[in-house]
Design a protein around this ligand. Structure first.
Ligand code: ZN
Length: 123
């Protein structure tokens, strides 16, 4: 799913992207001429390896995702904003979804079995 930046307006534009068992959905709203806000949620589940035993486990997802999209180089002064610069005025939703998934996968994760074992060791 690709969305042309020029199609965005102050009216929320709904999007939905599926990948395996995960769903990325939400709205895109134009804030300024070249800056849009993405308000989304990632639900469903992803297959993720446990950091301890490396077993692939289905991890349920319920993530709120909010960031900004800039058409070209972002020249705003607000350093607090989480801005993704997009190329050629096309927003590639699959690519955005993919990078969000990678972010979730890079977090520490251990499966239910290993959670039990580490607790046993602590106490
Ligand atoms: Zn494990």
């Amino acid at each position: 799913m690709k969305i042309a930046f020029r199609k965005l307006s102050s009216q929320p534009l709904h999007f939905e992207v599926n990948r395996d068992n995960a769903l990325f959905s939400g709205d895109l709203i134009l804030k300024k001429s070249n800056l849009a806000q993405l308000n989304g949620t990632i639900t469903g589940s992803i297959s993720i390896p446990c950091d301890i035993c490396a077993e692939e486990v289905e991890k349920p997802l319920d993530e709120e995702v909010v960031f900004y999209l800039s058409d070209g180089i972002f020249e705003g002064s607000d350093q607090e904003l989480d801005v993704v610069e997009i190329d050629q005025s096309m927003i590639d939703m699959e690519e955005l979804f993919q990078s969000e998934i990678e972010l979730i996968k890079s977090d520490y994760y251990c499966c239910a079995n290993c959670e039990g074992t580490s607790l046993d060791r602590e106490f």
